[in-house]
Design a protein around this ligand. Structure first.
Ligand SMILES: C=CC1=C(C)c2cc3[nH]c(cc4nc(cc5[nH]c(cc1n2)c(C)c5CCC(=O)O)C(CCC(=O)O)=C4C)c(C)c3C=C
Ligand SMILES: [Fe+2]
Ligand SMILES: [Fe+2]
Length: 343
């Protein structure tokens, strides 16, 4: 029997340093997130980052936390419930990190008689720190506990026409009453090194701004290319003026070079160039979370206005948008009927 496993990133149990610390420990000790050898990772994560970050992160989480819990978790649950209403197959939700484990979600499916699973990482793009780590973890859990279950993975959907349509339409809705002079597509950043590591050809990705527009097999796993491609497709769908759209990367950790340009530097730069009415879109995320609600909608607005900006909006992620639920339900139906996966 077939079933569906949706997987998102996860959140701490509560916005306190006590709960943020073990969550960040599991997240940052993932070898696909902080990708250095285990000894060095231990020093960087446990010896340095976790000494101060849990308190700071807990304060940030506290600013966006909802009555029902973490926005990312609550939104993912709402989305899952709506998808369940649109399909006959069992649908479970798991998180890559934290208490809502992939193991529990697979157990829930197994208990319903499922032995053929469609795994859906809830990330539009491929990155070793997001999509890949979900797939690897699900396979490890399957091998250890559910060896009779077959898993098929839904590929990254950053350029899928139905996804581009629903995302573009929700952006259009967000822009309706806003007289912008610039639109910034702010994607979650990754270290530049991750791009090179994920390049199967080992020579294509040069992070020089050109490689991403030259056709290559490397693009199946190139996060940077996929962010550029998604931006172009949304721009084309909405017929946005070329000179009023740009892209940047947010949420970096210190020391390594991360993908550029950096979002916070753009917030400083735009007002000086006369771009004073800014709309920000965060298309690396399917659901709003700490990185959109705090870093972009609150902190970003503050940075932009401090630098001389006047009007600022963050356009929400798709969250549990009905049209997005329908797109997911249609992908599930296609896979159920004929094993077809979205392209
Ligand atoms: C090396 C560090 C990190 C990499 C690489 C990374 C990639 C990455 N992350 C997401 C999605 C999310 N990240 C979120 C929070 C978050 N990310 C990092 C670090 C890396 N992410 C940290 C330390 C945190 C925790 C928050 C903090 O302490 O500031 C979130 C939000 C989670 C929530 O509970 O709301 C999401 C979502 C992607 C898609 C990605 C690679 C493309
Ligand atoms: Fe992250
Ligand atoms: Fe590239």
């Amino acid at each position: 029997m077939k079933g569906v496993l949706l997987v998102n990133l996860g959140s701490p149990e509560s916005p306190t340093a006590k709960d943020v610390k073990p969550y960040l420990d599991e997240f940052l000790m993932d070898e696909r997130v902080i990708d250095v050898n285990k000894v060095l990772r231990n020093i960087i994560v446990r010896g340095i980052i976790l000494q101060t970050r849990p308190k700071k992160s807990a304060e940030a989480y506290a600013k966006i936390w909802w009555e029902e819990g973490s926005p990312l978790v609550v939104i993912s649950e709402r989305f899952t419930n709506k998808v369940r209403q649109q399909t006959n197959l069992p649908v479970a939700l798991g998180m890559r990190y934290g208490k809502m484990t992939i193991k529990n979600a697979l157990q829930e499916l197994k208990d319903k008689g499922v032995d053929d699973v469609l795994l859906v990482p809830l990330y539009p793009h491929y990155a070793m720190s997001s999509f890949e780590t979900v797939v690897v973890k699900a396979m490890e859990v399957k091998d250890e506990f559910f060896s009779n279950i077959k898993i098929t993975t839904l590929p990254p959907f950053y350029k899928n026409p139905e996804y581009i349509k629903v995302l573009s339409e929700s952006i259009a809705e967000g822009l309706k009453n806003f007289d912008y002079d610039h639109i910034l597509f702010s994607y979650h950043g990754i270290p530049e090194r991750h791009i090179r590591k994920s390049d199967p050809t080992k020579f294509h990705c040069k992070i020089d701004g050109n490689c991403c527009s030259t056709n290559s097999v490397a693009h199946h796993t190139c996060y940077r290319h996929q962010c550029y491609e998604m931006t172009e497709r949304i721009k084309a769908f909405l017929q946005l003026p070329e000179d009023k759209v740009s892209l940047s990367f947010q949420s970096r950790l210190p020391n390594d070079p991360w993908l550029k340009p950096y979002t916070d530097f753009e917030f400083e730069r735009f007002p000086k160039e006369g771009k004073k009415k800014l709309a920000v879109i965060t298309p690396a995320f399917v659901s709003d979370c700490l990185e959109t609600l705090e870093e972009i909608a609150m902190e970003g607005k503050h940075q932009f206005q401090e630098a001389g900006g006047e009007d600022y909006i963050h356009i929400p992620c798709l969250n549990d948008n009905d049209a997005w639920v329908q797109v997911m339900a249609d992908w599930i139906k296609d896979w159920d009927a004929s094993e077809k996966l979205p392209a």
